[in-house]
Design a protein around this ligand. Sequence first.
Ligand code: NAD
Length: 322
Amino acid sequence: MRVGVIGAGVMGSNHARVLSGLPGVSLVGVVDPSPAHLTRTTELAGCQGFETLDQLFAAGVDAVTIAAPTHLHHEVALACIAKNIHVLVEKPIASTVEEGREIVAAAQKAGVTLMVGHVERFNPAVAAVKQAIAGEDILSIAITRVGPFPPRMSNVGVVIDLAVHDIDLIRWFTESDIVEVQPQLSSAVAEREDIALLQFRTANGVLAHINTNWLTPFKARSVTVATRGKYVMGDLLTRQVTECFGFKPDGSYSMRHLPVGHDEPLRAELIAFLKAVRHGETPAVTGDEGVASLEIATQCLETPSRPAATAPARKEPRRVAG
Ligand SMILES: NC(=O)c1ccc[n+]([C@@H]2O[C@H](COP(=O)([O-])OP(=O)(O)OC[C@H]3O[C@@H](n4cnc5c(N)ncnc54)[C@H](O)[C@@H]3O)[C@@H](O)[C@H]2O)c1
C-alpha cells in the first residue's frame, strides 16, 4: 500500500518513522511547508519530502495520515477524500463539530476509510483495563492526565488537547454515549483553560471524572474503573494494571497484576488503520466516534458553571494560611 504523511511535526515524524518500518507499506513521502521539519522527518524515515499536497497526490498514494495542525484537518482531509484516498486523521478530528461531520459525510459519500487517531485505545495498559472490565457492571471511571505546559502552545486548551483522549476512553469503556456534562475550568496561567475537572454521566448510568491540567511538574496518566465486582487501576505510563476483586464481607479482597502487552500504541493504531483499508472493514475508531468525542469536549467549553448560592465569585486562587 502506498501511504503518505501530511504534517511533519512531532506526531507526523512519528507516523513517518513507524510507517517506514511496516511490512507491506511503501512510505511515498511526507508533506510539510516547513523545510526544517521536512528535512528532519525525511532523514528519520528515509522517504521523500513534498512542500505541497498536490506533489504528494502526483506521486500517487492509496492512504494518508494527517498530522497537520488541527485547524487544517478539515481542509486537508476533504482534499484527500476528494481524490478517493483513505484517511487517518489525528485527534481531534477537526476544530469544530460541524467540520468533523463534513469530513465524515465526505468519506461516506466517497466510500473511503476514515479513522481518527485516538491512540490511547492502542495503549496496551488501556487495552488491559478494557479487557479486565469486559462483562462487568461499571459504576464509575476516574482518569487523570496531567503534566507541565507543552513546549509549543497550540491555540487550544487542555479540554480539546488532552481531555478529548479520555472522553473517547470513557465512551469506549462504557460502550455508551455521554449524556450529562459538568465541567469546571480555569485559566491559571494560559489564555485558554489550563485546568479542567470534568464530570460526566453516560446513557447507561456510569459516572466518570477527568482531571487534567498543564500545571503539574511531571506527567501522570492513570485510569481507575470501579465495577460491582472489581476495582481496576491502570498507570498508562508505567503500563502497570492491577485489579482488586473477590470482595468479602469482612473487608478483605484479592489483588493481582494483569498482563500488559508491549506494542507501541502508534504502531498498533497504524496497523489497525491499514488493515481496515485493506479489508474494507469498519476502522477501530470511526469518524462518527471522533465527532462524538469532540462534541462532548466542545460542550465542556460551552457549559456555564453554576454559581453556588450567594457566594461571591473568587478570582484569585485561595492562599492557605498557616
Ligand atoms: N494522538 C496523540 O496523542 C497526539 C499527540 C500530539 C498531537 N496530536 C495531534 O496531531 C496533530 C499535529 O500535532 P503536533 O503536535 O504534531 O503539531 P506540530 O506543530 O509539531 O506539527 C504540525 C506540522 O504540520 C505542519 N503544517 C502546517 N501547515 C501544513 C500544511 N498545510 N500541510 C502539511 N503540513 C502542515 C507544520 O509545519 C508542522 O510541522 C494535531 O491535530 C494534534 O492534536 C495527537
